[in-house]
Design a protein around this ligand. Structure first.
Ligand code: HEC
Length: 151
């Protein structure tokens, strides 16, 4: 009995040590995709077809596809931060509403990703219920993206 308790305490102590080491070593030293993305300057502002479209895009896409990311507190704690930062860096490379010009936006691809359920990324939804769009909101977003970028 005593022995099992010692083993459990040892495992907990090891986990704490590993957690602390995670905080000390930014993984970005090894993988730049996991560096803190921050919020660089916003230098594109689209004229959305309606306030509703803008609100839906902001709720569902902006955290990974703009320079106006809202960072949750747990998003800055390793190892979660590594995954969050990677999503933001890769997301911005693929589509950035804060820097891209209207000609760079491939509206068919955006809509395709939404309709297939690829975007917003499913892993993001449990902690971001506002991005978990209903079928009706998805249809409104798709129509709004067309009206904004296909015009
Ligand atoms: C949690 C972060 C996150 C959210 C939220 C998010 N995306 Fe993405 N998106 C990514 C990442 C990461 C990639 C690049 C890797 C990939 O395709 O999975 C990407 C890629 C894309 C691409 C390029 C895909 C391709 O293969 O050509 C499009 C288009 C896109 N996203 C649209 C959207 C739209 C529209 C929304 C909102 C409805 C959205 N995304 C929400 C993270 C996100």
């Amino acid at each position: 009995m005593m022995r099992r308790r010692k083993i459990v305490m040892g495992l907990i102590a090891a986990a704490v040590v590993v957690f602390i080491i995670f905080q000390l070593f930014p993984i970005s030293n090894f993988n730049p995709e996991m560096a803190f993305p921050g919020n660089p300057l916003v230098d594109a502002q689209f004229t959305w077809d309606s306030a509703q479209t803008e609100q839906l895009v902001r709720a569902a896409c902006y955290d990974c596809h703009s320079n106006e990311t809202r960072y949750p507190w747990y998003g800055n704690i390793a190892p979660v931060s590594w995954l969050v930062y990677q999503d933001i860096n890769e997301g911005r490379e693929n589509l950035n509403f804060s820097t891209w010009t209207i000609r760079e936006i491939e509206v068919d691809n955006l809509i395709d990703q939404i309709e297939k359920g690829n975007m917003p990324k499913p892993i993001y939804l449990p902690l971001h219920p506002e991005a978990n769009l209903t079928a009706e909101q998805k249809a409104q977003l798709v129509a709004g993206l067309r009206a904004t970028f296909d015009g």
